[in-house]
Write a protein that binds this ligand. Structure first.
Ligand SMILES: C[S@@+](CC[C@H](N)C(=O)[O-])C[C@H]1O[C@@H](n2cnc3c(N)ncnc32)[C@H](O)[C@@H]1O
Ligand SMILES: [Zn+2]
Length: 373
């Protein structure tokens, strides 16, 4: 919960700080909450937690990593030196020997870490716009087994409204379809997985979060590439009937749709097609959230758990209603009806007014219709 205490003085989680002229969005608290939980789980598992917060703004993250996740050491970096006094004042709540404050360009910091063999358990990069300029460099500062937290505020590159931009940013062609909020997460994951693979490394998603405007992924760096036909490929969407299908690299020729349309489905990608989250980590994060009385965060984590390993797309309820020429179906009744028919179905974490299911779109529409009459 975020509470304004006085002019510019803010409380979030267990910490209090001044915002001054720094960039700070109270609406992003959920992204910080999940990162704190993942960091605390990491601390429990590994017995240590050293964090590099490369674009710290007012310093809310280092404060929270230190005071809530139990970080042993936090490096707060902020490119804007004008925020130095504010940050010095805010970070005074951390033990002086557990914190460092600098004002460098983030990429310079990552290279310094690599040069000095000073690798971090968690590298947090909360940039504006696309994460692409910081992905390959952020990996240089992340220890093997450690985590990298990436942000994208560039919805145009992932929503299919500017395919040239997605090509420049992710080396992928993003097309428009009803599940673009999930596509944004998968393009980021695909990009970081491919970037790591080029260095014979791999990533595993820890969690993936879309909060309405911003896409965020936290990934774990592992010592083997995780790119395969199962995890990295393409998503095809038929604009005639609404059907989604996954396509691998060897079948990129003509992508026929079961509806028999003469039009080829539009193909997006390459992108990450594997799990969005790490199930065991989500379970531990949820347990911690419940123990801390963080009810809305625990509920979100439960939703993420249920959607994990379902196909890499979802059907917005409005789309089911529009295509089925019927009223918008009740989500929970539709999920229950799909499950009765033997399908897996869950709420998509990135669009709570939708369903994620392994039923084909036309079967989902038919089941939605059957519960309306
Ligand atoms: C989105 S704000 C960070 C917000 C903060 N992490 C939070 O959770 O409230 C991004 C910050 O990064 C700084 N910044 C932007 N580009 C940077 C770069 N290349 N290197 C270091 N800092 C940078 C900006 O001055 C800004 O304060
Ligand atoms: Zn079709």
């Amino acid at each position: 919960m975020t509470v304004g205490l006085a002019q510019d003085l803010v409380r979030e989680g267990k910490v209090t700080f001044n915002v001054g002229s720094a960039f700070y969005r109270p609406q992003s608290a959920i992204a910080r909450d999940l990162a704190i939980l993942a960091a605390a789980v990491y601390r429990q598992r590994h017995g240590q937690l050293r964090v590099l917060d490369a674009m710290t703004g007012c310093g809310v993250r280092p404060l929270r990593y230190g005071l809530e996740a139990g970080a042993d050491w936090v490096w707060a970096n902020e490119g804007n030196p004008d925020l130095g006094d504010l940050l010095t004042q805010n970070l005074a709540a951390l033990p002086a020997d557990a914190c460092r404050l600098t004002h460098h360009d983030a990429n310079q910091v990552f290279f310094t870490c690599y040069q000095q063999r000073d690798f971090y358990d968690l590298v947090d990069i909360d940039n504006f716009g696309s994460p692409a300029p910081y992905v390959s460099t952020g990996l240089w500062a992340t220890r093997l087994g450690g985590m990298l937290y990436l942000t994208s505020t560039d919805g145009r590159a992932t929503s299919g409204h500017d395919p040239e931009r997605s090509l420049r940013t992710y080396g992928a062609c993003a097309r428009s379809h009803p599940a673009v909020h999930e596509q944004g997460l998968r393009l980021m994951l695909g990009h970081v997985a491919q970037t790591a693979a080029a260095r014979s490394l791999g990533i595993e998603p820890v969690f993936s979060l879309f909060t309405g405007q911003v896409h965020r992924v936290m990934v774990r760096l592992v010592n083997k590439p995780t790119l395969s036909d199962a995890t990295y490929g393409f998503l095809a969407y038929c604009h005639r009937c609404g059907h989604f299908q996954m396509v691998d690299w060897r079948h990129l020729g003509r992508v026929p749709c079961p509806c028999g349309t003469a039009d080829t489905a539009v193909v997006s990608g390459p992108m990450w097609l594997g799990s969005l989250h790490d199930g065991p980590t989500l379970a531990q994060m949820q347990e911690l959230a419940e123990g801390w009385g963080w009810r809305s965060q625990a509920r979100l984590l439960a939703i993420m758990t249920q959607e994990n390993d379902l196909p890499p797309y979802y059907y917005p309820l409005g789309e089911i209603g529009r295509r089925g020429q019927m009223d918008i179906p009740n989500r929970d009744q539709l999920i229950a009806a799909l499950q009765v028919q033997g399908y897996r179905a869950a709420i998509p974490s990135m669009d709570w007014q939708g369903v994620k299911t392994d039923a084909a779109f036309r079967d989902c529409v038919a089941i939605a219709r059957s519960i309306q009459f």
